[in-house]
Design a protein around this ligand. Structure first.
Ligand SMILES: NC(=O)c1ccc[n+]([C@@H]2O[C@H](COP(=O)([O-])OP(=O)(O)OC[C@H]3O[C@@H](n4cnc5c(N)ncnc54)[C@H](OP(=O)(O)O)[C@@H]3O)[C@@H](O)[C@H]2O)c1
Length: 335
């Protein structure tokens, strides 16, 4: 945890889709910042909601004096957190990483504040933010799991282009315009397939048993966050031509007897959740730029006891990334 102070030196690494949203959320939630440093691969300035932020080129020295570092850079070998998180920790910062590189490291807590805030107490300088599609699913599952113990989950996602970063949003817009104007499609950027007027069941590389990396993230991260390595989860992750907010069709079975009304009653009183009652339905167009996880279409399985289907929608850049990271930082300074 961090020592109690009026305000903190805070650094945001990356000003892509997630980094920009972090700057927006910090300002909207009035996070107590004494000095804000924004880093990316190259220096420039960036505009967010009418405010201009100077951006410095990333370097080890830039982490000197930082107390909280929010990483929103590219993942992998040369990803920002892989290169700089240990450097920032050595210089005294607590780091929160949006990338996937450290999420399954047993020494790194993987935290959703509404679900497992107690895991923060074990941090050793680095805390991981879960994958966007995992966050909205565990926010929905956690209250049910606490009361009725979930034993099985089958989830299919309908994921927005912004989940793959700013270049992917560019592809969605450019391909849609080209198709409407009957021009040849531009080459896809940051996407393995065209996304304008298309749907593809393939997010991340194919891995074990033919599931993709995104699908395994949903399985393994959910098991880690809910502290239940035996929970049976099967995921199909699909990219759809939506700009912001992921949707998920979730089928779940509970061990203890439950009814649709039991599920709804729990969701109505759970933080971070907005239950949408019919004839209204949760949709990305309404969930985009909002903080809540929207849950609707709650139905019983007509053939199985204690089994249900629901539809869960949330903004992948807000609760799925920036908001969750800032909420973790808020917990760190509160404790
Ligand atoms: N998009 C989502 O919904 C979402 C949700 C959850 C988690 N995430 C994760 O969040 C991270 C950022 O995603 P994004 O969608 O914002 O990507 P993005 O739009 O492609 O932006 C990436 C940003 O990272 C910067 N960057 C890349 N490598 C860097 C390095 N070595 N040092 C410093 N800055 C570096 C880039 O700098 P330049 O601008 O100078 O090139 C750019 O500003 C990824 O790990 C992603 O998996 C994304």
């Amino acid at each position: 945890m961090l020592p109690k102070r009026q305000a903190y030196n805070l650094c945001v690494v990356g000003v892509g889709a997630v980094g920009i949203e972090i700057l927006r959320v910090l300002k909207q939630r009035r996070f107590p910042v004494s000095k804000l440093t924004v880093l990316a691969r190259s220096a420039r300035s960036t505009e967010v909601d009418g405010s201009s932020y100077p951006v410095q080129a990333v370097s080890s020295e830039a982490f000197e004096g930082q107390e909280i570092v929010l990483f929103a850079g590219t993942e992998g070998e040369k990803g920002a957190a892989v290169t700089y998180a240990q450097e920032a920790i050595r210089r005294g910062a607590v780091c929160i990483d949006n990338g996937a590189d450290f999420r399954m490291d047993p020494k790194v807590p993987l935290v959703v504040p509404e679900v497992n805030p107690e895991d923060l107490n074990k941090h050793q300088g680095l805390i991981a933010n879960p994958n966007c599609s995992t966050i909205q699913m565990v926010v929905a599952l956690a209250p049910l799991h606490r009361k009725f113990k979930i034993r099985r989950v089958i989830v299919s996602t309908y994921q927005a282009a912004s989940g793959a970063g700013n270049k992917a949003v560019g592809s969605l817009l450019a391909e849609t315009a080209a198709a409407l104007e009957k021009r040849p499609l531009p080459p896809p950027e940051a996407m393995p397939q065209p996304i304008g007027f298309n749907v593809f069941p393939h997010i991340g590389p194919f891995q074990e048993l033919g599931y993709t990396s995104e699908e395994w993230k949903m399985v393994k991260e959910t098991q880690k966050i809910l502290h239940n390595e035996k929970m049976a989860i099967t995921a199909t992750a699909v990219r759809v031509p939506v700009k912001d907010a992921h949707s998920e069709s979730i089928y779940l079975e509970t061990e203890r007897p439950a009814t649709v009304e039991d599920l709804k009653a729990l969701w109505r009183k759970s933080p971070g959740i907005l239950l949408v009652e019919e004839p209204k339905v949760p949709m990305p167009i309404e969930a985009a730029h909002r903080d809540e996880v929207f849950i609707g279409r709650v139905r019983p399985d007509p053939f199985m006891k204690n089994a249900f289907t629901c539809w869960v929608v949330s903004d992948n850049l807000r609760k799925g990334a920036a908001l969750n990271a800032v909420q973790i930082a808020e917990l760190l300074i509160k404790n």
